[in-house]
Design a protein around this ligand. Structure first.
Ligand code: C5P
Length: 234
């Protein structure tokens, strides 16, 4: 599995995003386009970033009845992105229909991964708000297994859970992990289940998703390379 760092481009507009990406001269980062940017700019932002040569993770976290998800993914499949996702909580049938919607007449489709539990959710919230009595680890493992059994390629999870998921679902099952913070960083923002890029390297994470530690840094390019060094090169 190729390891890489995906930058979460959580910007409100196309101009800000393209200005940000312009700084990266030697290596085109894998880019995550999330709800904020996609809802602001629509499909054109995907076409423009793709045309610049970046790989794209379109992070829209679909979660609806199976037929609606299938139809939505049929539309998104036309955008030629590399990675898309949904919420595993939507259930098995929704996941199977999502694959149908995404797959073209030649059997080709982008990689599809499932969000297990958001990295902003902790055990207390799981128990008190979502009324899930199991531990975070068991819940995430169960959702991942369900995703694997229904043909998905991997999951979004916290780096704390990546090793367990690899053990349960196999080494080829992709783990994409947000909740990344450098050791010298103040605060976690809204993230609760976090890890440094260096530690994440040894846990079975395939792709790190890093937003604010890069986008809000004084020198985003240096922070990006720091992530690459810590996660891949060391
Ligand atoms: O700024 P930060 O590094 O916290 O950004 C993490 C990114 O990963 C955000 O774009 C967020 O939407 C996304 N994400 C997440 N937790 C998930 C799935 C996606 O934080 N479970």
């Amino acid at each position: 599995m190729a390891k890489d760092v995906i930058i979460a481009c959580d910007f409100p507009s196309k101009n800000e995003t393209l200005e940000f990406l312009k700084q990266f001269k030697d290596r085109k980062p894998f880019v995550k386009i999330g709800m904020e940017l996609f809802y602001a700019e629509g499909p054109t932002i995907v076409h423009e970033i793709k045309a610049l040569g970046h790989q794209i993770f379109l992070d829209l976290k679909l979660h609806d009845i199976p037929n609606t998800v299938k139809s939505a993914f049929r539309v998104l499949a036309n955008l030629d992105v590399d990675l898309v996702n949904l919420h595993a909580a939507g259930g098995s049938e929704m996941m199977r229909q999502a694959i149908k919607g995404l797959t073209d007449e030649n059997g080709k489709r982008p990689l599809l991964i499932a969000v297990t539990q958001l990295t902003s959710t902790d055990d207390k919230m799981l128990k008190n708000e979502l009324l899930i009595p199991k531990s975070m680890e068991d819940t995430v493992a169960h959702y991942a297994k369900n995703a694997a059994e229904n043909g998905l390629d991997g999951v979004v999870c916290s780096p704390l859970e990546a090793a367990t998921i690899k053990n349960i679902c196999g080494q080829n099952f992709i783990t994409v992990t947000p909740g990344i913070r450098f050791a010298d960083e103040q605060g976690k923002d809204d993230q609760k289940r976090i890890m440094t890029p260096a530690k994440a390297k040894d846990t079975g994470c395939d792709y790190l998703v890093v937003g604010r530690p890069i986008t809000k840094a004084k020198d985003p390019v240096e922070q990006y390379y720091r992530c690459i060094r810590d996660f891949i090169d060391k």
